[in-house]
Design a protein around this ligand. Structure first.
Ligand code: GLC
Length: 543
C-alpha cells in the first residue's frame, strides 16, 4: 500500500461496535457477528473509516467479555472464527478497516493458563504467569497488600491452598505477570494470529496497567477504588516505565506487515505522560479521555484541546477525540446536566438531566469533535442520539460493579443497551425475530431508531453523516492545520486548512458569526440576524 494508506489512522473516524448490543442475527437477544455483517452497509452509509469491535473472544462474561478465556477464537454466542474472517473480508471490500480489542492486563479465571496455575500450586512455573503471593498476618489470611479493585473490594482473592492472586478488576480477571517472558511471547503470538487474518489493528485494554512494581508496595489507600490516585508518580501498578519495552516489541510486529497495522491505547495517565506511549517506535494513537471527561465549557475545552495537540506533537503523533464509550455515561445525558463533565469515571450517574438540552449540546459537541485535527471515535448509538438508560431494572444489571459495590453503584449497563434499528416498539429490529434484547430498551427509543433517523433530514444521524462527508471531501479537514481565532467569551473559534472555520457557542447568549464566511454545516438553526445561538456549532468556509 502507499504511504497515504499507511497513515490512514492519523485522521480516521473509527466507529466503536459493542458487539453484544449492535445487532442480533441469531435471535437470542444478544448481538453477534452475523448481525454486524448484516449492518455493515449502514456503517458505510454513515461514512466512517474503520470499526473497533469490543472483545469478541470466548468469555464467561464476568466483565462483558473483558475476561477472555481464549484469545484465538470467537465467543460461541457471537459466531465462529470463519464468520469473523468473512466479516473482515466484507468490511475490507466496503473500505472499512477492522480493529480488535486486546486484553493483555488480565485473562479470565477460566483461561487454561489460570486453571493450570490453580492446579499446579505454589512455586510452580504455571503460577509465574500470574501474580500469586503469600498473604500477610500469622496465618497468611490477610491480603498481601492494601490495593483496592476497580469494581470494588480488595485486589486479592485467596485460593484453596492459601495463596492469593492479584486482580486489579474483578476476581474473575486475574492479572498476568508481564515480567514473565512466556506472557510476552504469548501475546506477540496472539497479535500475529489476528494480523495474519487481516485485522488492521488493536485497541489495547488497560495499556497503562500491565507492568507492576514486583515489590507490590502498599498504596496507603482508604478510598474505595483502584482507579483512585492513578495520578501519583511512580505508582506501583499504573503507568510504569517498564511498559514501553513491551509496546516497542508490539510496534515492530505491526510494522513487519506490508500494510502496517496500528494500535490505539486505553491509557489513563497523568497530563503529559501520554506522549510517552506514542513515540515513533511505540503505539500510534491513544484515546483522549481528558476530552471525553471535559465539561462543555469553552475555556476548559480550549485548554484540553491545546494540551492534547501540543503534547502529542512533541512525538509526531496526532490527537484523537472521543465523547462516549462503553464505560461512561452517554454524552447526551451528561450534557443535559448542570455540570457537563465526568466527575467520577465509570460511575457518574443519577443526576437530574434535561435531555432536550443534552441533545442540542451533543450535536454541537459532535461538530466540534469532527472539526478537530486528528482521529475521532464514535460510540455506537451516539449517531442516533441515544441517551443513557438510567432506570434499568435492578434485576437486569450485569456490570460487575453492581454486585461488587454491594448494590450501591449501578455500573455501565445504561450505555450498553442494544441499538434500536427499525419500527415503533422494542426490540426495534435489534433481533430480527423480535426476541427480547439482553437489556431492555426504553419505549421512547422509537424516535431514535436508525430508520427514524434516516427519514429525518434534521436528525442526529444526518448531522453525523453530512459532517463525515464534508470531513472526507474538504481537503482542509484532513491535514494538521489548526489555529485559534479571537472569539467572544464562552465560545471557541478555530481555523483548519483552506479557510475552513469552526465556531462553537457554549455561552448563554447568541454571538455574531465571523464575517465574510458562509455556513457549510450547523448543529442547529442559526439566528436570522447572522448570530450563532447558544449550544450551537457551525462549520464555515471563508469567502
Ligand atoms: C477497560 C474496559 C472496561 C473493562 C476494563 C477491564 O477499562 O474499557 O470495559 O471493564 O478495562 O478490562
Amino acid at each position: 500500500m502507499s504511504n497515504a494508506s499507511d497513515s490512514w489512522w492519523r485522521n480516521a473516524v473509527i466507529y466503536q461496535v459493542y458487539i453484544r448490543s449492535f445487532a442480533d442475527d441469531s435471535g437470542d437477544g444478544i448481538g453477534d457477528i452475523a448481525g454486524l455483517r448484516s449492518r455493515l452497509q449502514y456503517l458505510t452509509y454513515l461514512g466512517v473509516d474503520a470499526i473497533w469491535i469490543n472483545p469478541w473472544y470466548p468469555s464467561p462474561l464476568a466483565d462483558g467479555g473483558y475476561d477472555v478465556s481464549d484469545y484465538r477464537d470467537i465467543h460461541p454466542g457471537y459466531g465462529t472464527l470463519d464468520e469473523a474472517k468473512q466479516l473482515i473480508t466484507e468490511a475490507h471490500h466496503l473500505g472499512l478497516r477492522v480493529i480488535l480489542d486486546i486484553v493483555p492486563n488480565h485473562t479470565s479465571d477460566q483461561h487454561a493458563w489460570f486453571q493450570q496455575a490453580l492446579a499446579a500450586g505454589p512455586g510452580s512455573s504455571e503460577r509465574e504467569r500470574y501474580i500469586f503471593r503469600e498473604g500477610r498476618g500469622e496465618d497468611g489470611s490477610l491480603p498481601p497488600n492494601d490495593w483496592h479493585a476497580a469494581f470494588g473490594g480488595p485486589t486479592w482473592t485467596r485460593t484453596d491452598d492459601g495463596q492469593w492472586y492479584l486482580h486489579l478488576f474483578a476476581p474473575e480477571q486475574p492479572d498476568l505477570n508481564w515480567d514473565n517472558p512466556e506472557v510476552r511471547a504469548e501475546f506477540e503470538s496472539v497479535l500475529r494470529f489476528w494480523f495474519d487474518l487481516g485485522v488492521d489493528g488493536f485497541r489495547i485494554d488497560v495499556a497503562h496497567g500491565m507492568v507492576k512494581d514486583p515489590a507490590l508496595p502498599d498504596l496507603g489507600l482508604t478510598e474505595f477504588s483502584v482507579l483512585a490516585r492513578k495520578g501519583q508518580e511512580n505508582h506501583p501498578h499504573w503507568d510504569r516505565d517498564g511498559i514501553h519495552d513491551i509496546f516497542r516489541n508490539w510496534r515492530a510486529i505491526a510494522d513487519s506487515y506490508p500494510d502496517r497495522r496500528v494500535f490505539v491505547a486505553e491509557a489513563h495517565v497523568r497530563p503529559g505522560r501520554l506522549a510517552g506511549y506514542l513515540r515513533p517506535d511505540e503505539l500510534h494513537t491513544a484515546f483522549n479521555f481528558d476530552f471525553l471527561k471535559c465539561a462543555l465549557e469553552a475555556d476548559r475545552l480550549r485548554e484540553v484541546i491545546d494540551r492534547s495537540i501540543t503534547d502529542l506533537a512533541t512525538v509526531g503523533a496526532p490527537a484523537t477525540w472521543v465523547l462516549s464509550n462503553h464505560d461512561e455515561t452517554r454524552h447526551v445525558t451528561r450534557y443535559g446536566r448542570a455540570y457537563t463533565g465526568v466527575t467520577t469515571p465509570m460511575r457518574d450517574q443519577g443526576h437530574p438531566t434535561d435531555l432536550t438540552l443534552g441533545t442540542r449540546r451533543a450535536r454541537a459537541a459532535a461538530l466540534l469533535m469532527l472539526a478537530l485535527p486528528g482521529g475521532a471515535y464514535i460510540y455506537q448509538g451516539e449517531e442516533l442520539g441515544l441517551y443513557e438508560v438510567e432506570d434499568l431494572p435492578e434485576e437486569v444489571l450485569q456490570d460487575p460493579t453492581w454486585e461488587r459495590s454491594g448494590h450501591t453503584i449501578r455500573g455501565r449497563d445504561g450505555c450498553r443497551v442494544p441499538l434500536p434499528w427499525t419500527g415503533d416498539t422494542p426490540p426495534f429490529g435489534f433481533s430480527a425475530n423480535g426476541a427480547a434484547p439482553w437489556l431492555p430498551q426504553p419505549e421512547d427509543w422509537k424516535s431514535c431508531t436508525a430508520e427514524a433517523n434516516q427519514a429525518d433530514p434534521t436528525s442526529m444521524l444526518q448531522l453525523y453523516r453530512s459532517a463525515l462527508r464534508l470531513r472526507r471531501t474538504k481537503a482542509g479537514m484532513s491535514g494538521e492545520e489548526f489555529r485559534w481565532l479571537d472569539s467572544p467569551d464562552g465560545t471557541l473559534l478555530f481555523e483548519r486548512g483552506n479557510g475552513l472555520l469552526c465556531a462553537v457557542n457554549l455561552s448563554d447568549q447568541p454571538v455574531p458569526l465571523p464575517v465574510a464566511c458562509r455556513p457549510l454545516q450547523q448543529s442547529g438553526p442559526l439566528g436570522s440576524d447572522g448570530q450563532l445561538p447558544p449550544d450551537t456549532t457551525v462549520w464555515l468556509q471563508r469567502d
